[in-house]
Design a protein around this ligand. Structure first.
Ligand code: ME8
Length: 660
């Protein structure tokens, strides 16, 4: 029997910067669905990739002094490495700069031109580069981009246009006939009221003001609009219009997509432009567009300029990828915004993972070692508590399936799995195996220990889509090989675990964390420049205190150290910051340029005493504003509780000299 297919995609991300936990969230939820569907017997195809063309990327590359392709190559390598660390099981990674994509986008454009869905005209409107979007005068909000609030530029140029309006009625009908098409439904109402019902204007689908894109074959001074280019990747990657017959077969097999996953800000492109392009190409529409919410930080959406970007690599380095996956899936209700805080991360890691799951495995295996000679005992007579446990297991599996099948309610599915985990701990407390051991009731002891071990097996099976690293570690400690015993279908059956073999108790999977210490260190690691000087110094003191306790500084690789650019800088002028008694503004001569740094040294130095001093500048820190004053770097100082001394250079050396 052939397996049913399931095609799922993430957005293809812009490789203009390192990705953050928002991107990691989208990719993790998509991966979890893909893994779940595979376990449920589907032939899954999971696509992710990068959206590499457009003015934004070209400008970014230029400012980094690079050609666009080598520039994005570096970032794409970082993105692939991140997905590998997060255990993302994609089947294909498409880059829009690949030949297989370019030729098919050109074929698509040509076909739409030939059938007069696209025509050549003139465009005048407002363009927002960060959003790669055009707006009409009336759509602007206070003269700025209605999406990101950024500045827009007036553009008038020859352009190709897509007759979107021609398909609007058909699309509205499609929405009506397929209530499941846009999820959550609130987004559908928004699309109808804001865009479709007022009437669709023709969409400008080419640009002439830059050349980093796919050339329009008939008129190569135009490049294809980046959204037409990007959305097409969902079909070019499958083999649509490919010369290769096998690839065309693959397209026929997997299209239409079952779900396109993304966050809410790009729903418009996926629920209006994309279906209309597909209608024009006579292709079926994707079955579902699922728009999740944003991962926010306390001060709103993450952005480089706010300095509140959370790098998933930092969290994976410290806690492992499954801890991060668990947190994202458990803490953010799918479809809604969720606020990422270090406190909530710590709670999940300490309570759910260390106290509940980690502890269940550790204490169970420790008791098997102590009471059962380290072997899985054979189950004896089953009594009421075991029957209740088995019934609960069945219910939990049904609940997980219900939450995951169509709603993708990860949070709900994990909460259901945790019912089992918590019940495991409660069952141990109530059955008190230590007392059974003491009383010499070996039959009952064997049944109790077996029941917990078997429940842990069931938990490990159910956890696989969510925490793909953890399940195999549990199997190893339980002494079982993956196979029938770890199949999804057997999860709900109590008593499947073989007995008689030796377990292999290992390290605790999720050690308990010292919350204060972790938060202090994470704050420093993630955003050294975003904390206020007071906070930063508190964090510093905290980190120093922790270091003293352990007797060593946490170790870094030489590569980490060389990331910091230290230069000799001479103070040209210094003055106080109004209403900030700790801060001084320094103007520094760094040899090839001058710059301004704000430093918290006013208690220890008068402005006059600093003039002419040669200090050590951290030259490549992100700029920050302190009390409203721009600071481009930081100068080094040694400090104790009541003293602070600037680090200066002992002999005269040219300003700008490197310190290493
Ligand atoms: O829009 N919270 O790429 P992009 C949750 N190239 N998800 C977030 C997020 C956050 N704070 N920030 C980003 C593009 N995302 C286009 C897509 S598709 C044909 C072209 C995720 O790099 C979320 O999925 O700006 C969002 O829709 C996507 O990254 C935007 O990624």
């Amino acid at each position: 029997m052939t397996k049913p297919t399931f095609y799922i995609t993430t957005p293809i991300y812009y490789p203009n910067d390192k990705l953050h936990i928002g991107h990691a969230y989208s990719t993790t939820v998509t991966d979890t669905i893909a893994r779940y569907k595979r376990m449920r017997g589907y032939d899954v195809r999971f696509l992710t990739g990068t959206d590499e063309h457009g003015q934004k990327i070209q400008k970014k590359a230029l400012s980094a002094g690079k050609e666009p392709l080598p520039y994005v190559d570096g970032i794409v390598a970082g993105i692939k490495a991140l997905w590998q660390r997060l255990n993302v099981s994609y089947d294909d990674f498409i880059r829009t700069t690949e030949e297989r994509h370019r030729v098919v986008v050109q074929k698509i454009f040509t076909r739409l031109l030939e059938q007069d869905d696209i025509y050549l005209g003139h465009y005048e409107g407002w363009y927002c580069t960060p959003c790669e979007s055009y707006w009409t005068e009336t759509q602007l909000k206070d003269g700025a981009c209605p999406e990101c609030g950024g500045s827009v530029e007036l553009v008038r140029e020859e352009s190709y246009f897509f007759r979107m309006g021609k398909y609007a009625d058909r699309l509205i009908r499609y929405y009506e006939e397929h209530p499941e098409f846009i999820q959550p439904v609130s987004r559908k109402t928004e699309m109808l009221n804001n865009f479709l019902l007022p009437g669709l204007e023709d969409l400008s689908v080419s640009r002439m003001t830059f050349d980093w894109g796919i050339p329009v074959p008939q008129n190569p001074k135009h490049v294809v609009y980046v959204w037409i280019d990007a959305l097409s990747s969902y079909i070019t990657s499958l083999g649509y219009l490919s010369e290769d017959e096998a690839l065309r077969g693959q397209f026929a097999r997997f299209w239409p997509a079952d779900v396109h996953v993304m966050a809410k800000e790009i729903v418009r492109f996926h629920t209006i432009y994309w279906p209309i392009i597909l209608m024009a190409l006579d292709l079926p529409l994707p079955k579902q567009i699922f728009a999740h919410g944003w991962v926010l930080t306390k001060d709103g959406k993450m952005s480089k300029s706010k300095g509140n970007v959370v790098d998933p690599n930092t969290l994976i380095d410290r806690y492992g990828s499954d801890a991060l996956r668990y947190f994202l899936l458990r803490d953010i209700p799918f479809g809604q915004d969720g606020v990422f805080t270090l406190e909530s991360l710590m709670e999940r890691l300490n309570f759910d993972l260390a106290n509940d799951l980690g502890n269940l495995l550790q204490r169970t295996l420790a008791m098997v070692e102590r009471f059962c000679e380290g072997r899985v005992p054979a189950r004896g007579e089953v009594k009421e508590p075991e029957i209740a446990f088995a019934a609960m297991l069945k219910d939990v599996v049904a609940e997980v399936e219900d939450k995951m099948d169509e709603r993708y309610d990860f949070n709900g599915a994990l909460a259901a799995i945790w019912k089992l985990v918590r019940h495991g701990n409660k069952y141990i407390d109530e059955m008190a195996p230590w007392a059974l051991n003491k009383a010499g009731d070996t039959d009952r002891l064997a049944t109790v220990m077996y029941t917990v071990l078997d429940a842990i097996r069931a938990v490990s099976v159910l956890l696989q889509p969510f925490m793909p690293d953890t399940s195999p570690q549990i199997w190893q400690q339980l002494g079982i090989e993956p196979g029938e015993v770890t199949s999804w279908d057997n999860a709900k059956k109590a008593g499947i675990l073989p007995s008689g073999h030796t377990i292999a108790k290992g390290e605790s999977l999720f050690p308990r964390l010292d919350v204060e210490k972790e938060i202090g260190e994470l704050n420093l690691l993630m955003n050294p420049s975003s904390s206020s000087p007071e906070e930063a110094s508190q964090n510093n003191e905290k980190a120093k205190a922790d270091t003293k306790v352990e007797g060593v500084t946490s170790l870094i690789a030489i590569d980490d150290f060389t990331k910091v650019e230290l230069r000799v800088a001479q103070v040209i002028s210094a003055s106080k910051v109004e209403k900030a008694d700790k801060l001084l503004i320094l103007q520094l001569d760094v040899g090839d340029h001058q710059r301004q740094v704000v430093s918290g040294i006013a208690k220890y130095y008068t402005p006059e005493s600093l003039i002419g001093q040669k200090v050590v500048l951290v030259a490549n820190l992100q700029p920050v504003k302190l009390r409203g004053v721009e600071s481009h770097g930081m100068i080094l100082a040694a400090s104790t509780e009541d003293q602070l001394v600037l680090v200066t250079v002992a002999k005269d050396i040219a300003n700008g000299a490197k310190v290493k």
